[in-house]
Design a protein around this ligand. Structure first.
Ligand code: NAD
Ligand code: UD1
Length: 344
């Protein structure tokens, strides 16, 4: 696709990963068109993006599962070359309690977008999938060929179902080229501290809990178990800086733009290729930010995977993409972002 008029619809573009991706898209010469209903984002994210870019960005406020609304967006913006579909609900625990909410939003939005792609001759879609599809893998690191495991939650199941929907569309020779990116654990924030993650309520994820504890918002971090089969007994994950992850979407669009075939399905692991334990994260956070973190060892969290990290060879070679930032960079940036929130 030519970069000059390359308008790309970014659903969920005001969210955590979407906002960082919008910045990288503009840096790479694409023209992002954000569609977000702000169910899990603040308007301040748009201001943050605009401050970083020193320009305005196009934003449509609405539900990307709403066919008529999206048709209006596409009509207003001619020459859309592709879509990046971030919009979804993502709280694993809530999805167990409210499965229909998750199945409705996460699948409906994708179905609507696919229908619109056919109606309007839009051929490229990048979809946000997750390493959750691998469950606890039998072999590490996981490659894209590693078997999928039954989902542990309705949220996880929506990612598997959406991957299957996309694959079935391609198998039916619908004229769409798909890249599904299986993200490992995104952490950190933009180095400017203008955008970052905005967890609502008590965070479930490790790094927001770490930064909120360091900021005194939470009294203490509990490490969920230290009797796992890892070098220090705590669970191991592949933590990837959100800016590296954002850049993977630019690479995915470039990759799709070069495709001559009409209907292809492509899956990539997006991680660093390295695993870090919970204690590695805590120790690195303390070191790079010169802070002592109040933490205690507690029992295992139900449903936690012991260890998972990515083989990223396929993304390295095919997408010409590689994670460049370190765990230390991500934890410095996460802390800088936390401090910027505290000032508000
Ligand atoms: P996020 O909640 O910060 O961003 C999602 C955005 O989508 C929000 O701005 C929200 O307001 C918007 N949205 C939700 N439903 C919408 C709808 N129907 N119409 C329009 N906008 C809608 O989440 P995130 O962390 O940026 O995640 C982005 C995507 O990546 C999601 O699909 C998520 O499942 C997936 N993912 C996230 C992680 C992670 O750890 N953050 C890991 C793997 C996969
Ligand atoms: C989460 C999601 C998963 C998603 C993945 C990648 C949940 C339950 N799962 O899993 O669907 O695919 O991110 O983004 O949200 N930890 C603590 N104390 C805490 C919080 C976490 O010790 O207070 C530990 C956990 O046990 C885990 C590690 O930190 O070992 C990372 O946890 P988390 O950030 O929740 O991510 P995942 O469990 O990988």
């Amino acid at each position: 696709m030519s970069k000059h008029s390359s308008k790309v619809i970014v659903t969920g573009g005001a969210g955590y990963i979407g906002s960082h991706t919008v910045v990288e898209l503009v840096n790479a010469g694409y023209e992002p068109i954000i569609v977000d209903n702000f169910v899990n984002a603040e308007k301040s994210a748009i201001q943050g993006i605009e401050t970083i870019l020193e320009r305005k960005v196009t934003v449509y406020e609405g539900d990307c599962a709403d066919h008529d609304f999206m048709k209006g967006v596409i009509a207003q913006e001619s020459d859309i070359v592709g879509l990046i579909h971030f919009a979804a609900y993502k709280a694993v625990g809530e999805s167990v309690k409210k499965p229909l909410k998750y199945y409705r939003n996460n699948t409906d939005s994708l179905l609507t977008l696919l229908e619109l792609m056919v109606e309007h001759n839009i051929h490229h879609i990048v979809f946000s999938s997750s390493c959750t599809v691998y469950g606890q893998p039998d072999k590490l690191p996981v490659t894209e060929e590693s078997p999928k495991k039954p989902a542990e939650s309705p949220y996880g199941n929506t990612k598997q179902i959406c991957e299957e929907i996309l694959e079935d569309c391609v198998n039916s020779e619908m004229p769409v080229n798909v890249v599904a990116l299986r993200y490992f654990n995104p952490i950190g924030a933009h180095v400017s501290a203008q955008i970052g993650e905005l967890p609502l309520g008590v965070p479930n994820n490790l790094v927001p809990f770490v930064t909120q504890t360091a900021a005194g918002i939470r009294e203490k971090l509990t490490v969920f178990g230290n009797d796992y089969n890892t070098h220090d007994g705590t669970c191991l994950r592949d933590y990837i800086h959100v800016v590296d992850l954002a850049k993977a979407h630019v690479s995915a669009l470039n990759y799709l733009g070069k495709k001559s075939e009409a209907s292809t399905y492509n899956v990539f692991n997006i991680g660093t290729g390295t695993g870090s334990t919970v204690l590695d994260v805590i120790n690195t956070f303390e070191d790079v930010n010169d802070i002592k973190l109040n933490y205690t060892i507690g029992p295992r969290r139900a449903g936690d995977v012991e260890k998972v990290y990515a083989n990223v060879d396929y993304a390295n070679t095919e997408l010409n993409w590689k994670a460049e930032l370190s765990l230390a960079d991500a934890l410095k940036d996460a802390w800088r972002w936390q401090l910027s929130l505290k000032k508000d």
